[in-house]
Design a protein around this ligand. Sequence first.
Ligand code: FE2
Ligand code: FE2
Length: 130
Amino acid sequence: MIEMVLGKETEMGLKELFKANAEDYMLLSFLADKLEAAGRKEEAKILREKARVEMGHARGIFEKLFAHTGTESMLGQFTKEEAEEHVSEYNNVAMKAKEEGHADIEAMLCAYAEQEKDIAEATRKVAKAL
Ligand SMILES: [Fe+2]
Ligand SMILES: [Fe+2]
């Protein structure tokens, strides 16, 4: 069931917070992996616990956005952003990396940018089929 339309500022703020919490979750989880690999099990455990809290925040925020927006609109927006912003952003950073002498980073980002296009294509198909 779709609830009342979200206020513009609220919606934009929730989207930003969703991204921030998702990012925090990923960073803490990946750092926990590194600590664990380095034998720092206790410290890794603490970071993992906090990562789970961050994921809970992301989930809570997602549920609020979802209740007011729904799958079609959220997937449609995702597809649009993934296709446009993502690819141009990737190419932009890849170019900067090349300029600054990081050929490995340029190559990685160019490969990822191709995958971003595929992701956008796949989510466009799913959104269309709904
Ligand atoms: Fe958080
Ligand atoms: Fe992406």
